[in-house]
Design a protein around this ligand. Structure first.
Ligand SMILES: *Cc1c(COP(=O)(O)O)cnc(C)c1O
Length: 232
């Protein structure tokens, strides 16, 4: 299949998954996870109708952005972010999805002040409690949201999660459900600078389950671009 066909197929699967649980398919956005794909390839996916692009590495963003990879679509950052690279993203990307530690909140706030912008972010939740992964513990997320008035240049738009690799189909549904409950609880508190409109969860292997549990944004790489070759 071509990239265009694969984008259409993924979009159709998203729409089916949404309808199957009585949701309006327009409430689920498709974020193309573009890591390791060049500007030309990314632009094909953009033109085929993804809603936004998510980059994992600052260096790739800095190369593909001037090459016009993203067309007129929003760009998100979805990878592990070092504090010394924050300056390249604040005010330049629409959403930093992978804010996974308090140090990063402070660094983004500082850069946003410097640039006179407000930066949209998601808080990454380490929903499986995995040591190998970044992200806040669910209990910590609520505390951070309660303190967001201390970061007047940040806007929390929701949560992002990468659950553990599923051992069996459907095994991650409980994690997606947990994220959704957490978001509902936080939204009810109506904290300053915090909304829970975006739940970024679900990847190529499990996005239908994530949608069934309330995902509003799926991040899809492999199902659009094919397997990544980590050897080159
Ligand atoms: C690569 C990546 C994805 C996409 O994963 P696929 O399984 O290829 O769809 C989603 N989210 C993040 C944070 C990623 O790094």
């Amino acid at each position: 299949m071509t990239i265009e066909e694969k984008v259409a197929a993924v979009r159709a699967e998203i729409d089916n998954a949404a309808r199957a649980c009585g949701r309006d398919e327009k409430t689920v956005l498709l974020c193309a996870a573009t890591k390791m794909n060049d500007a030309e390839t990314v632009l094909r996916a953009v033109r085929a109708g993804v809603d936004c692009c998510g980059e994992n590495r600052v260096q790739e963003f800095l190369q593909k952005q001037p090459a016009g990879a993203y067309g007129d679509k929003p760009v998100h950052f979805i990878g592990r972010l070092q504090t010394n690279k924050v300056k390249y993203l604040v005010g330049a990307v629409d959403l930093i999805q992978s804010v996974d530690r308090t140090e990063l909140l402070a660094a983004i706030e500082k850069e946003a002040v410097k640039r006179g912008v407000t930066q949209n972010i998601l808080l990454e939740v380490n929903v499986g409690g995995e040591e190998s992964k970044g992200g806040f513990a669910p209990t910590q997320v609520a505390e951070i949201c309660a303190s967001m008035s201390n970061f007047p240049h940040l806007r929390v738009r929701g949560l992002m999660a990468i659950p553990p690799i599923a051992e069996a189909p459907g095994a991650n549904r409980k994690y997606f459900a947990e994220i959704r409950r957490l978001a509902v609880d936080i939204a009810a508190k109506k904290y300053d600078n915090v909304s829970m409109e975006c739940l970024s969860m679900g990847m190529s292997g499990d996005f239908a389950d994530a949608i069934a549990e309330g995902s509003t944004m799926v991040r899809v790489g492999t199902a659009i671009f094919g397997p990544r070759n980590y050897n080159t």
